[in-house]
Design a protein around this ligand. Structure first.
Ligand SMILES: [Zn+2]
Length: 162
């Protein structure tokens, strides 16, 4: 589901394949719409575009569920073949852009790309709104003890649907 064969990108007239994603990232309770251009640059595949939608989050102050709008810029580069081993699977370029090593895989996993992009876009502290009055008696110290980023990863497990 939501995978694009590199072969198909290269069959396109300008080696640019347009992909529209309009689906739910179930693991994140997130409805997402995304328009992406996948461009083959020979050894690299560049994916650019945007994603917008809504995600259900739990407020860190009052613990109520709330919806937050998402508006994310996508810019990701994949290397078809292994980069130098010492860099590991993700190589950071000088501009803060990452290159993901496909390790010879023949397809780009759009679902996984969007899943990662949504997680990275979430704020460290999730508050339902400026009017949230709950938890005012909780000191900032108490709040800081929890490493919220880790909580995200603990509560979410990707189930691959290959
Ligand atoms: Zn709240």
């Amino acid at each position: 589901m939501h995978k694009v064969l590199i072969e198909d990108i290269e069959k396109e007239p300008n080696k640019i394949l347009h992909y529209t994603f309009d689906d739910c990232i179930e693991e994140l309770n997130c409805d997402l719409y995304s328009e992406l251009d996948l461009k083959s640059l020979g050894e690299f595949i560049e994916v650019t575009g945007y994603a917008e939608g809504k995600i259900k989050l739990t407020c860190d102050r009052c613990l109520k569920e709330f919806e937050q709008d998402l508006d994310i810029d996508i810019e990701e580069t994949y290397a078809k073949h292994a980069l130098q081993d010492e860099y590991g699977s993700e190589l950071e370029l000088s501009r803060g852009q990452f290159i993901t090593d496909l390790n010879g895989e023949k397809e780009i996993d759009i679902y996984d790309l969007l899943y990662q992009s949504v997680i990275l876009s979430l704020p460290n502290k999730k508050v339902c709104g400026i009017n949230c009055k709950e938890g005012l008696f909780v000191s900032d110290e108490d709040v800081e003890i929890r490493d919220e980023r880790m909580d995200v990863f603990k509560s979410i497990k990707i189930e691959r649907k290959d």
